[in-house]
Design a protein around this ligand. Structure first.
Ligand code: BT5
Length: 266
């Protein structure tokens, strides 16, 4: 059944200091990331959230399409961190950690993170993160972190057939009714506290927390970096965000971009 967002409930009881103090909502938008980038250009403060019931042209990495039907949680948050341009990918890990924690706590699900920007439930993608920064040289002026969670809809009802085998939704995984507003508040609260930790204490501890969810580490994986596909054992993710894979042929290769899938040779 079509279920629209209850906007008042997004903010009611939200226990954050800055995240979500200003929330802009529309029924439909091309992409909340594009919208948030415009708001950031106009000077919107850190923590401003742009959220929509559905996205007409939701985006993934490298211009890939992100399907965003009504019932999902699609939002972007503006950040103005003291980070260098090369460190922006840290925010993707911090955001996925926040989502993984929120899903585990709220729905008691067995959640995994997958390099670089996915959150999985039962091996299927339930959430994707897209961080986009504006910077001059190494100086970052803002980052927009877009978070998309397949929440209150069934994959088979709303997503194209090609995704049925790789995507899942909370409604598919959980017996109780899904309230995207509650999930939104929990993710935002987690994200704010992890973001604070990142700025104050650095990335190492957070990366370790992310790795505890990273079920693919230690497993045989196939990595496709756009130019080649390689097979090997995923051995670590570094503080630069890179994935190290020990290739079947012996040496270890580091990847900064790419797609990981579990190999049947595990
Ligand atoms: C991502 O890209 O996973 C990042 C997704 C970010 C979405 C949020 S929603 C709010 C904000 N506004 C935006 O416009 N974007 C952000 P990537 O790793 O490149 O994965 C894209 C791939 O995931 C596609 O090529 C499909 O295979 C698959 N996909 C598309 N829609 C999906 C969905 N709803 N659930 C699961 N998989 C999906």
């Amino acid at each position: 059944m079509r279920r629209e967002m209850n906007v008042t409930e997004l903010q009611d009881g939200l226990r954050t200091k800055r995240f979500g103090k200003s929330i802009l909502f529309v029924r439909a938008v091309r992409s909340t990331n594009d919208w948030a980038k415009q708001l950031a250009e106009f000077g919107a403060p850190e923590g401003t959230v742009a959220i929509a019931d559905s996205q007409i042209s939701g985006r993934g990495r490298l211009g890939r399409r992100w399907f965003s039907p009504v019932g999902g949680l699609w939002f972007s948050i503006i950040l103005r961190p003291e980070l260098r341009a090369g460190e922006v990918s840290r925010l993707v890990f911090v955001a996925s950690l926040a989502v993984a924690d929120a899903l585990r706590e709220t729905y008691k699900l067995c959640v995994e993170t997958k390099w670089p920007n996915d959150v999985l439930v039962n091996g299927r993608k339930v959430c994707g993160i897209l961080a986009e920064a504006k910077s001059e040289g190494e100086k970052v002026s803002f980052v927009v972190v877009g978070i998309g969670v397949n929440a209150g809809f069934r994959v088979r009802d709303k997503l194209p057939r090609g995704l049925w085998g790789i995507a899942t939704s909370l409604e598919d995984e959980v017996d109780s009714r899904i309230e995207p507003e509650l999930l939104f508040r929990t993710v935002l609260e987690r994200f704010e506290s992890f973001y604070q930790m990142l700025l104050e204490d650095g990335f190492v501890v957070l990366l370790d927390m992310w790795k505890r969810y990273a079920g693919f580490l230690g497993r045989m994986v196939e990595v496709n970096d756009g130019s080649e596909k390689v097979l090997g054992r995923a051995i670590d993710v570094g503080t630069d965000g890179s994935l190290s894979v020990r290739l079947q042929s012996g040496p270890t290769q580091r990847f900064f971009v790419g797609e990981v899938s579990l190999s049947s040779f595990s």
